[in-house]
Design a protein around this ligand. Sequence first.
Ligand code: MG
Length: 253
Amino acid sequence: MRIVRFIYRKKEYWGKFISPVRIRLYTTTPFQRNCYLINKTVALDEIKPLPPAIPSKIILVGLNYKDHARELKMKLPREPIIFLKPSTALLGMGGKILYPKIARRLDYEAELALVIGKQAKHVPESRALDYVLGFSCLNDVTARDIQKKDGQWTRSKSFDTFCPFGPWLTTGIDPDNLKVRSYLNGLLMQDSSTSNFIFPVRRIVSFVSQVMTLLPGDIISTGTPAGVGPMRVGDVIEVEIEGLGRLANPVAV
Ligand code: MG
């Protein structure tokens, strides 16, 4: 099932795809108990997709692919390294990634991300996926020069528009064996699989839930594979994940 949040005739809705090009509207958000489908449908080309979550927080994993660790000549971490992005960094399908004046190098990072469906605290790995509503594509945009200069990651990863996410949520998939790719101006830049994960999704959700209460709508991103690189103004960056769609965003000033 694919769930989408969008603007239609200047109003915001949530809906579910009933065909590749047709969406049926929900009464409310899919995080509420009284959410059901109504009879009204809209066409995909009539809507503007929004990021498919309104999170209280966005949690990301720093290094989670064996191929990326090899590329960086880093030892495999024994526990996930996590950090946060603010919700104000979110950007939907087609939105412009704004190149900050103070940045000298802006990198893309293609990542599989999930949205929490119900409140989670101290969740065991065996039940972690029960708390996930669905999965989508995320670009962990990073001002690499600022990340190196600061020695920690908050500023470099938190600029407005530094969290493209979408185009929609897909439910009921196995997250640990999906192809993850990025394309810069149509050229393949990253090409890996979540089967290269150091920590599988259930471990990450359980791990984060030992630290902080996860609320419905919270986003967790699972790290990027090998092949990250810089973007320039005028480029178009796309994140594609098997079965989840393709998230495209231009870079602008
Ligand atoms: Mg990342």
